[in-house]
Write a protein that binds this ligand. Structure first.
Ligand code: GLA
Length: 350
């Protein structure tokens, strides 16, 4: 079946701004829905090994759900995904202060990050599949970050059910950038219980340990012999209890991917044994945040389903949290005249 893309109304913000929803059709009955508010992936219907379709991302039925306080379901995060210690960083000798919105730190771009803005949308079809181009210009000084930043995110849903996300950006002053998508996945279907039985493989021999406020200590530590070893298939639940007493209450860590040369490479593979549904994540990024929805508490989502703690996992491809304050981490500065360019693919092989 040829891929296609259609648009419908998804409501209005309190100030009257219209929000649209785009439906991208893939192969074998698969579809992906994205709204212009936050660039949020609201639905991802993909087949299992027998061709049975399920919606594998957490979210809400209507815009009101996304506007209520909620933990970044499906959203684009920026300008700087994950944390910056105490919201402070120095660039070219100048110190910048961001809003503190997570304990003592800045998280996911601030009070009104890219997850809460309405993106300009252009739909199209490439030879690969249905494509949605989202654009947003972040003003110089917005949320405390320097430089006018022009961001483009292209979501492509292919006939093979790859959800490909291409991120590009340019700036007029030196700034920092780290963009990701914050989808919460449950491959048995959103709202179908915890994800402890999901088998995970991460192509990461190292991770970045954190302090009590989830800021990396700066150490790059081997996963071998720790609960963080997912170098071969292991269920998410196998070692998670060892982390319950920690401030993060489960997995909420950045893994240092083995591929550090900015080429698109396999980052993770997740298998849900009952449905046989598989998701592979490929990325050009050097890191990925594994978050097991530790801070999620009973939330009513799509079709009245209740989403519980540990009811999903996120694989947020990224540069490492607080990179701007760690000279041993891959750099996150963007200068005028250069282009930020990253790609991540969520693949659902049958
Ligand atoms: C990221 C963070 C988590 C949490 C979620 C959103 O994964 O690392 O600590 O803040 O986002 O709830």
């Amino acid at each position: 079946m040829p891929s296609k893309i259609t648009k419908s109304n998804f409501g209005k913000l309190p100030d009257g701004t219209a929000v649209d929803q785009y439906t991208l059709t893939g192969g074998h009955g698969a579809l992906c829905k994205i709204i212009t508010y936050g660039g949020i992936v609201t639905e991802l219907q993909v087949p299992d090994k027998n061709g049975r379709i399920a919606d594998v991302v957490l979210g809400f039925d209507d815009l009101a759900g996304y506007l209520s306080p909620q933990p970044y379901f499906g959203a684009l995060c920026g300008r700087f995904a994950n944390r910056i210690a105490k919201g402070k960083f120095t660039l070219d000798g100048k110190t910048y202060s961001l809003a503190i919105n997570n304990g003592p730190n800045a998280l996911h771009g601030g009070i009104k990050g890219f997850d809460k803005v309405v993106w300009r949308a252009t739909s199209g079809e490439s030879k690969e599949g249905a494509a949605l181009k989202l654009e947003y210009t972040s003003a110089d000084g917005e949320e405390g970050y320097p430089g006018k930043l022009k961001v483009t995110v292209v979501y492509t849903f292919t006939g093979k059910n790859d959800l490909r996300i291409d991120y590009t950006a340019t700036t007029d002053k030196v700034t920092i950038i780290n963009l990701t998508n914050h989808s919460y996945f449950n491959l048995a279907g959103a709202g179908s219980g915890d994800v402890f039985g999901h088998e995970l493989m991460l192509n990461a021999k190292n991770f970045t340990p954190t302090d009590d406020t989830l800021i990396p200590t700066g150490e790059i530590k081997a996963v071998k012999g720790t609960p963080f070893d997912f170098t071969t298939d292991k269920s998410i639940g196998k070692d998670i209890a060892q982390l319950y007493s920690q401030p993060h209450k489960g997995y909420d860590h950045n893994f240092v991917l083995d591929n550090q040369n900015k080429t698109l490479a396999l980052c993770a593979r997740v298998t849900e044994p009952k449905s046989g549904r598989v998701m592979e994540v490929l990325t050009t990024e050097p890191g990925v945040q594994l978050y097991t929805a530790n801070f999620l508490s009973d939330t009513q989502g799509k079709a009245g389903k209740i989403y519980k703690q540990y009811g999903a996992f996120c694989l947020e491809t990224q540069h490492y949290p607080d990179s701007v304050n760690h000279s041993n981490f891959p750099p996150v500065t963007l200068s005028p005249g250069t282009e930020y360019r990253t790609t991540t693919v969520y693949r659902f092989p049958m």
